[in-house]
Design a protein. Structure first.
Length: 414
């Protein structure tokens, strides 16, 4: 059973939706965010990355930054850019990218179901990043960015979404700067609201696709609010956090590629010899190589491209984590050959989202890296299997596209 709750969103007036909506805070750094908001006074990055409005943006975790975020959020309402809906409801959110669409439900999910693992995780969180969003949610008194959740398909839900999107006029329909079309409908009738609630009661589990830090932080704030409000009865808004829920068969995962600074002092010949212990190596042509099947990898070493295929016996297909391609490349090459034991901390490795293409790998090897590896994407089935088994994926295993925009739906905790 999954509890999905309607809510009164604070959201942009239709004429401001394009101007407010912004990519999530964690896909850019402070300097990039500052560039992105030039001539965009209503961009939600002024809330999600309020350090861009401070005299010194070097300390993004300063208490003053969170107070500025709160002030900027309130200003959007005070200036008539955003307003709070009159009644609790659900919202239907469709994203269309490169001709492919995905349609989900925007609502609030339960802190208790996050704690009891009805909402399943597949990543660890980093304490510093989690603390940042805890402070942001707490000071803003709101969930400002939705958690990207997925679930197994449900025919009743598919029929309901089809009915709403075909029978109602959208409240938003605009293209964001990255070329993605964003369309939103209100699911505001009592009958529709009741049916959505009932449908999700029949869905056993929800899975975090993207947003582990935001989810952990929202749950943390909810638990803290309970401690300060011992008479809470469970109906308070702080017991829930903002999410967009998509059926898993609508999602698209792109590869998360790797670039490495050096070959750990090995000559080209010695490096290839050591790689060949666990991989079949084939030199390929000048065209950039993108793997077309599991357990194969593209490798760019200098100006030479190779196809790698993991040898039999280098991993177990019966282990959901060890059989991931990101595990195979780490356990059989990055760690034993290049000495990259902890990819979260090692400054010699960087991760490149698949949205940037293999051309970005080519560019980085020409400019400042010695090696690049193109990956075959992790599947949603692999993600859900790992989460079902209570296991954790290696870092940087998935890159979801399109990204959910922030600022279209704000959930107040009061």
């Amino acid at each position: 059973m999954s509890l999905l709750k309607p809510f009164r969103a604070v959201r942009p007036l239709p004429e401001y939706a394009y101007h407010v909506a912004a990519l999530p805070y964690d896909v850019m750094n402070s300097k990039e965010a500052a560039q992105m908001v030039k001539n965009k006074p209503y961009s939600f990055l002024h809330v999600d990355r309020a350090e861009i409005d401070m005299p010194d943006i070097s300390d993004a975790y300063s208490p003053a930054v969170y107070q500025k975020a709160r002030a900027n959020l309130h200003a959007l309402v005070a200036n008539g850019v955003c307003a709070k809906d009159d009644k609790p409801m659900f919202y239907i959110y469709r994203l269309i990218m490169n001709g492919r669409s995905q349609t989900g439900v925007v609502g609030c999910v339960s802190v208790d179901e996050y704690i009891d693992n009805t909402i399943k995780k597949h990543e660890y969180t980093v304490a510093e990043k989690e603390k940042d969003r805890i402070n942001h949610v707490d000071v803003c008194d709101a969930n400002t960015g939705p958690i990207y959740l997925t679930h197994r398909p449900d025919p009743r839900l598919s029929a309901l979404l089809k009915n709403v999107t075909e029978s109602k006029k959208p409240v938003y329909d605009f293209f964001s700067d990255n070329g993605v079309e964003n369309i939103v409908w209100l699911a505001d009738s009592d009958e529709t609201i009741a049916e959505i609630i009932d449908i999700f009661k029949g869905i056993d589990s929800l899975y975090i696709a993207d947003g582990h830090h935001r989810a952990a932080s929202a749950a943390h704030v909810g638990v803290d609010r309970r401690r300060s409000c011992p008479d809470y009865d469970g109906s308070e808004e702080f017991n829930y956090f903002l999410a967009v829920l998509f059926a898993c068969d609508e999602l698209k995962i792109l590869p998360y590629n790797r670039v490495v600074k050096d070959t750990a002092g090995l000559s080209k010949e010695e490096f290839l010899k050591r790689v060949s212990v666990n991989f079949d190596i084939e030199e390929i042509g000048k065209d950039a190589f993108e793997p077309k099947e599991l357990h194969t990898f593209g490798m760019l070493l200098g100006d030479t491209r190779y196809r790698l295929k993991a040898k039999e016996g280098t991993f177990s297909e019966n282990d959901a984590v060890e059989s991931l391609d990101v595990s195979i490349i780490h356990n059989n090459l990055l760690a034993p050959v290049l000495g990259i034991v902890d990819p979260r901390a090692d400054k010699r490795i960087e991760f490149i989202g698949g949205i940037r293409g293999v051309g970005e790998l080519e560019r980085r090897v020409k400019e400042d890296m010695a090696l690049a590896f193109s990956m075959y994407p992790t599947s949603v089935d692999q993600l859900m299997k790992i989460a079902d088994n209570g296991k954790i994926m290696p870092p940087k295993s998935t890159w979801f596209e399109p990204k959910l925009l922030s600022g279209l739906f704000i959930h107040e905790l009061k």
